[in-house]
Design a protein around this ligand. Structure first.
Ligand code: PLP
Length: 411
């Protein structure tokens, strides 16, 4: 018999996506499905597409796919690239690595920039810091033949809890006077961390439903720029389902060329209302505050945060590094079995070395306190020596910094 065979109360889904879905959104999704070619749907479609532009902070089209984020990654590449094109990608973690592998599978030639080596904790340095824009600039300057067609980076690396300065990447491309497109994965950043598609000069932003938008998995996005749309006219990679042109055309009336995920779109409508009612600055401040509270706990435990550069701490999740010799997945398992709390596993090169606490979606101070209490009990049960009580540190933080306290990104 497992220790907790009949859990009561709600499961604590504290992974960095899929995030807990608010009841208001679950109720919207449960409404009867309507005709996706009827007038009622067209009005919904137009509302959604306009709302999404506000969330991506763009005046240009946002394409919605009935697919997980991986589909939208593929869409970004196949709509803009031709076989054999060189793309410059940057290793920030597991998701940057998966996108690079996809580029290879599609017949592109990805070059993967990375910071070399491991640090004293035995962890890859490149997985603990954000994109170094100067390395991108150097590489683009050296590309005198202008072979590189795109720079692809991850805004919020969900495997590590590290963000990257996208405006700095844009400046690097401009400083090198390089024509490459800038493509950004903000699958887990959008609607939690500040993100500005137009202002930062991004050509394609890839995102998904199951993180900051607080929806179940199943829909994903490409936000476009006029330059990306232009590139799609001459790009030669084969595409049909992912092709932007037919979707953008059908979207003018609020429709899709195929059957969209009607009920998830009801949920999206509710999500957009919730986010825009609160206002994006408040949404971003809320996540920064939660993140700082969680980091206060990790510091009091005397454990390392996966991100070593405070300027790019993720507002969405925190990676907690285990002392060498402690299996992070065993700790997670104990916490799950004893307290019905799910934490994110370490992925790829940091498997077994760290776990991830998500602070996004339908959360509040008390759900986070419960998650931290589960972590603290589980760490103790697993024999991890703690320097102090993280729970107490987080209680003090949340009690002394009321909701609405605006924190700077590098707090
Ligand atoms: C940053 C990032 N990119 C890409 C993906 C892949 O998206 P999906 O699993 O929805 O296909 C994820 C999923 O967690 C992610 O966090």
């Amino acid at each position: 018999m497992k220790l907790n065979d009949h859990p009561t109360g709600r499961h604590y889904l504290q992974i960095p996506g899929p995030s807990p879905v608010p009841d208001r959104i679950l109720r919207a999704i449960s409404l009867p499905t309507i005709d996706h070619r009827g007038p009622e749907f067209g009005a919904l479609g137009l509302k959604l597409l306009a709302g999404l532009q506000r969330i991506f902070q763009t005046r240009h089209p946002v394409v919605v796919y009935p697919a997980s984020g991986t589909g939208a990654w593929e869409a970004a590449l196949v709509n803009t690239m031709s076989p054999g094109d060189a793309v410059l990608m940057y290793e920030t973690g597991h998701f940057a690595t998966l996108w690079q592998k996809m580029a290879l599978r599609l017949g592109l030639q990805p070059e993967f920039l990375s910071l070399a080596g491991t640090d004293a904790a035995g962890l890859p340095v490149s997985w603990r810091r954000g994109v170094q824009a100067d390395l991108i600039e150097q590489r683009l300057r050296a590309d005198t033949a202008r072979r590189i067609r795109a720079v692809c980076v991850v805004h919020n690396e969900t495997s590590t809890g590290v963000t990257s300065d996208i405006a700095a990447v844009r400046r690097a491309i401009d400083a090198a006077r390089h024509p490459a497109l800038l493509m950004v994965d903000s699958i887990s950043g959008l609607a939690s961390a500040d993100y500005r598609h137009d202002e930062w000069g991004v050509d394609v932003t890839v995102s998904g439903s199951q993180k900051g938008l607080m929806l179940p998995p199943g829909i994903s996005f490409n936000a476009l720029s006029p330059k990306a749309l232009e590139a799609s006219k001459s790009a030669q990679l084969p595409r049909a389902f992912w092709a932007w042109d037919e979707i953008v055309e059908a979207n003018r009336g609020g429709y899709w060329p195929y059957t969209p995920s009607t009920n998830l779109l009801y949920g999206l409508s509710e999500s957009l209302d919730m986010l825009l009612e609160q206002g994006l600055p408040e949404v971003f401040a809320r996540h920064l505050r939660w993140a700082e509270g969680v980091r206060a706990a990790v510091r009091s435990w005397g454990l390392e945060i996966q991100c070593t550069d405070p300027a790019v701490y993720s507002p969405v999740l925190t990676g907690v590094v285990m002392p060498q010799g402690v299996d992070a997945d065993r700790v997670r398992r104990t916490i799950h079995e004893r307290f019905d709390l799910s934490l994110g596993t370490g992925l790829g090169k940091v498997k077994g070395r760290m776990f991830r606490i998500g602070h996004l979606g339908d959360c509040n101070d008390l759900t986070l306190m419960a998650a931290l209490a589960g972590c603290e009990m589980g760490l103790k049960l697993s024999g991890v020596a703690l320097a102090g009580s993280g729970v107490q540190a987080a209680l003090d933080f949340f009690a002394s910094r009321p909701q609405g306290t605006v924190l700077k990104a590098a707090a």
